[in-house]
Design a protein around this ligand. Structure first.
Ligand code: ADP
Ligand code: MG
Length: 707
């Protein structure tokens, strides 16, 4: 029986109802699809525990013993059954059932094999809902070899009695058919070259490995395959792309650039800035369309690099647009850039949602006539009526806020796609960048401007608020300014408008603002949040930027890009509510001037393990790359989607981007070699790839393209 075409409905132990569940919950159709649902862990069933050896809540244990007594408490739904289980050393552990109590038939004094996960309770362990099996002979034990697979199942599946054990039984039922072999999805020569086992062996051993070595081999093969096809797809697109897209050629380094460099540069460029400007210019004159990611930690001076690239474009008679994710940021770029360009020939304009109809009537024709060299703005730049005379360079700041579709609209604004420079302060770990962007080139500014003192990060529980307040006071007296950031705008209200009772009420912005005004009557306070009108937001921001107010109370709208060098203290309220990448961004708002800067993370005193780790990492390092790696490890690549938004265009079933970097490199090389030889995959021996890519595409994988 070919497992590819065997509908799961007809697999042993499945049937109509369960098949519906599997199709819906796991999006699988065939028996082979089911075999590609991998266990998330294995339990060693050859090991037997003594009760006294239990020391960990997380691992499953297997114990032989007897039940000495049991009792049922309560009735109906709240019925509960507890039993005492004693092993041969005489130690005992409590067993508890909350569900299915009426079906349990326990016998006292007969040997049982118990299997379950201990949890600690009142300073001792108990086991909730253990599996119990009557032990009738020693033989029963000796057949229990190898690693037992455990599967993740959804709540709906569990309710349909499709738990991990049921999955195991169904998959076990497929083994005889599987042993007859399934067609491989990687050709033999490739498998030999990279020492990979066959798909058949991999599938057998991923589910029922006789030992951990065979399980490892199976995992390696499946990881390789997963990453290989992703790379093949991305590289195929990327290569096809660079071959087709000719780019505007911009070889000139002319008067705009030279004049600025000699007479207007406010400070010497750092070595890293010089290097990346060179790299970018190489692309701009190459004849191919540039697709470059410019990574640089917060404060590394990306804006200046962007500006100098725009000067190069202008020297070659092309226009540039700089797109920012928020209006605050667009305004700020406008200001910085106009200030730096004062006294030069460059013409700069701003276009955002707040640009009035009248302003547009002047601006749009000027843009179309080529009277504007640099257009700075927000999403408003994408609109169809924004027409350029000769757009040659698109600079996207903080790219993770933009979707692929939005970017694509910009490409259509000239006869050829313009060069694209995507600037991000969210350092994407190399493995992730490689996977998501394939052949996108990456430039890194790995050096901060000189004279910066590393930001000191402190973690306080909010019970020590008074101390933090005193600290704020001291810093302001020294002439500094302070940000205070809150995770929420206002307390959640119920339908009647009353504040919703929450377990731990979050310090909210409005209360915080009031409290701060009361605590610091001698200082002036600005407030900025996402629900304010753009104009109002901007006024508050301006007052803070110009030093008229000393404290800025804000939500994360200031997370990205805001630059007020005199502000040297960042207080983050409820820091436990923020992810690492976000905290790092927030912290990056300070440390921009010559003064020692501080970031204070305020949290609840009770923290989960993960939150504590996050705070510890923040305190330990300022290095954005280390933080991004840690973030990836703590949250897994799936969650990165939230931060990157454009994110991972695929789901990884088995490979991990944070730990499988080596396999990824190999898979990438394998994919590259094949495409170098046969970009269109037309050779007969490559049809296996074409078919598999087709199949993966059908599974609705939305491959990202940066352009
Ligand atoms: P980011 O990379 O986070 O966008 P910015 O471009 O906002 O950083 O720059 C951060 C600060 O560093 C700004 O105040 C900017 O004027 C300053 N800066 C940029 N380049 C240099 C340099 N080469 N030397 C000194 N200061 C610099
Ligand atoms: Mg910036």
């Amino acid at each position: 029986m070919d497992l590819r075409y065997k509908d799961i409905t007809y697999c042993k132990g499945v049937g109509e109802k369960r098949a519906q569940l599997l199709k819906k919950e796991l999006k699988i159709e065939s028996a082979l699809d089911l075999l590609h649902i991998y266990p998330y862990k294995y339990v060693d069933r050859s090991r037997f525990y003594q009760i006294r050896d239990i020391e960990d809540e997380e691992t499953f244990v297997q114990i032989i013993g007897v039940i000495t007594d049991y009792q049922t408490v309560g009735s109906g739904k709240s019925q509960r059954l507890t039993a005492t289980f004693v092993d041969k050393l005489g130690d005992s552990i409590e067993l508890v059932w909350f569900k299915g109590v009426q079906y349990l038939k326990l016998e006292i004094g007969v040997p049982y094999l118990l299997f379950g996960k201990p949890s600690s309770f009142n300073h001792s362990y108990n086991i909730v809902h253990p599996e119990l099996e009557r032990l009738r002979s020693q033989e029963q034990l000796s057949t229990r070899k190898g690693l037992e697979p455990h599967y993740n199942t959804s709540e709906k599946m569990k309710n349909g009695s499709l738990n991990s054990k049921a999955m195991r039984t169904i998959i076990q039922g497929l083994m005889p058919d599987l042993r007859e072999g399934v067609p491989d999805t990687l050709p033999q020569d490739l498998r030999e070259k990279y020492h990979l086992c066959s798909l058949t062996d991999a599938l057998i051993n991923i589910h029922f490995p006789p030992d951990s070595a065979s399980m490892q081999r199976a995992r390696e093969r499946l990881k390789f395959e997963e990453l290989f096809y992703i790379q093949l797809q991305i590289l195929k697109q990327a290569k096809g792309h660079t071959m087709q897209s000719e780019g505007f050629v911009m070889p000139m380094v002319g008067s705009h650039f030279h004049d600025f460099y000699s007479h207007h540069l406010p400070f010497p460029l750092t070595g890293a800035q010089k290097r990346v400007i060179k790299e970018i210019h190489e692309d701009m004159k190459s004849g191919h369309q540039m697709n470059r990611l410019l990574q640089g930690d917060v404060g590394s001076g990306k804006t200046l690099v962007a500006l100098m690239c725009a000067l190069l474009a202008a020297d070659n008679h092309y226009q540039t647009c700089i797109m920012a994710p928020t209006e605050i940021l667009a305004n700020q770029h406008m200001e910085t850039v106009s200030l730096m360009l004062q006294g030069t020939q460059m013409r700069v304009a701003l276009l955002t949602g707040s640009t009035t109809a009248k302003q547009r009537r002047d601006l749009l024709p000027a843009l179309q006539n080529g009277e504007i060299d640099i257009l700075i703005g927000t999403h408003a730049l994408i609109e169809d009526n924004v027409q350029f005379a000769n757009l040659g360079l698109v600079i996207v700041d903080e790219q993770h806020r933009f979707g692929v579709a939005q970017r694509a609209k910009l490409w259509a604004k000239n006869i050829r796609p313009p060069h694209v420079l995507v600037m991000t302060a969210t350092p994407i770990p190399r493995t992730l960048a490689m996977t998501v962007y394939g052949d996108l080139s990456v430039s890194v500014i790995d050096e901060l401007p000189p004279g910066r003192k590393p930001i000191q990060t402190l973690h306080y529980s909010n019970q020590r608020r008074e101390q933090v307040d005193n600290f704020i006071d001291q810093q302001i007296q020294k002439g500094r300014q302070v940000y205070v950031v809150y995770p929420l705008i206002e307390q959640q209200k119920d339908a009647q408008g009353r504040p919703k009772p929450v377990e731990k009420p979050l310090a909210d912005l409005e209360n915080g603002y009031r409290r701060i005004c009361q605590r610091f009557p001698q200082y002036r306070v600005s407030m900025v949040h996402g629900k304010m009108k753009a104009k109002e937001k901007d006024e508050h921001m301006q007052r803070f930027a110009q030093g008229e107010t000393q404290i800025l109370v804000a939500t994360t709208v200031i997370e990205v890009g805001v630059n007020v060098p005199n502000a040297s203290v960042m207080i983050v309220e409820n820091a436990e509510r923020f992810g690492l990448a976000q905290l790092h961004q927030l912290r990056g708002r300070v440390g921009r001037g010559a003064e020692q800067s501080y970031c204070v993370l305020l949290t609840d005193i009770q923290l989960t393990k993960d939150t504590r780790k996050r705070m510890d990492i923040m305190v330990a390092t300022n290095d954005g790359f280390r933080i991004a790696e840690a973030d990836l490890q703590l949250r897994g690549p799936g969650d990165m989607e939230g931060t990157l938004q454009s994110g991972l265009p695929f789901e990884l079933k088995i490979a991990s981007l944070s730990t499988d970097g080596q396999i990824l490199e190999l898979a990438r090389k394998a994919a590259k070699d094949i495409l170098d030889e046969d970009l269109e995959l037309t050779k007969a021996e490559h049809q296996i790839f074409v078919n598999q890519l087709k199949k993966l595409k059908q599974q609705a994988v939305n491959w990202s393209e940066i352009s």
